[in-house]
Ligand binder design. Structure first.
Ligand SMILES: CC(C)(COP(=O)(O)OP(=O)(O)OC[C@H]1O[C@@H](n2cnc3c(N)ncnc32)[C@H](O)[C@@H]1OP(=O)(O)O)[C@@H](O)C(=O)NCCC(=O)NCCS
Length: 222
């Protein structure tokens, strides 16, 4: 999302679910204000989550949140008390599943892209711009990659060429700093911290502070 007053760091609003009356009242009161537009965006976001995920009543969403899941809603589970301001996505060429625990925060511009499995424990914080990919999106081999792109654009028939993918598991109380990336096959142990801008390519044990590209453990957290 643009870095403007809707951003979480400018105290941009989160929204909880409300009935049509509350919605109409809110829209009436704020109809000339940006908040009204954001409220409507958040209602569209709620529709995407209700359609595509198993959610709790206590979910709260930012105006740019979105859930994309072409499979059954059971593939995406979001725990109670979680706030999501980013994109939660199951890729349409695979059968992945995403589970986000309770009381987590998924910030602005975050993307979870899932082709096999992404699990995030309870009380995890993903700062803005964090990317979690359990897949490479495209093949390494150039001919396969060209064919993949042509299939994506609807210019060629056939199924997607094989790409790299492996589950990502993020333990309870993990904090991932802004702009960090977590790549396929990684497990981050509970309580660990990933410093801003890090690229996590290998497992990080629990109770560790990791930083850099590739992310390495800098010290243990007591
Ligand atoms: C993770 C973090 C909190 C650690 O802070 P800290 O404990 O004070 O760490 P220090 O600044 O003492 O740095 C320790 C070492 O890690 C390195 N380091 C710290 N952050 C780093 C980063 N993002 N990338 C690479 N190296 C980093 C330092 O250079 C230092 O290395 P050195 O010992 O060789 O000099 C901090 O680095 C960070 O990422 N802050 C951003 C938090 C954030 O995302 N906030 C958004 C709101 S949720």
């Amino acid at each position: 999302m643009p870095i403007n007053s809707s951003h979480a760091f400018a105290r941009g609003a989160n929204f909880t679910q409300g009935g049509p009356l509350i919605g109409a009242l809110c829209a009436l009161i704020y109809r000339c204000a940006r908040l009204s537009l954001e409220w409507m965006a958040a209602q569209a976001a709620f529709r995407s989550f209700r359609r595509s995920a198993v959610i709790s009543d206590r979910l709260s969403l930012g105006p740019s949140a979105w859930c994309y899941n072409p499979g059954p809603p059971q593939r995406v589970a979001i725990g109670g008390g979680t706030t999501c301001r980013g994109i939660v996505r199951c890729e349409n060429w695979s059968q992945g599943s995403i589970s986000v625990g309770q009381d987590c925060y998924i910030g602005d511009d975050c993307i979870l892209s899932c082709a096999c499995r992404i699990t995030i424990g309870n009380h995890c914080l993903l700062a803005h711009g964090v990317q979690v990919f359990d897949n490479d999106t495209h093949p390494i081999n150039p001919e396969d990659r060209e064919r993949d792109f042509r299939i994506l654009r609807g210019e060629a028939a056939g199924s997607k060429p094989a790409i790299g993918m492996a589950p990502v598991d993020i333990g309870d109380r993990v904090w991932i700093g802004f702009g960090a990336s977590v790549l396929k096959g990684v497990r981050i142990g509970r309580n660990s911290v990933i410093a801003a801008g890090s690229v996590v390519t290998r497992d990080i044990p629990e109770n560790s502070l990791a930083a850099g590209n590739p992310a390495r453990v800098i010290r243990k957290i007591s």
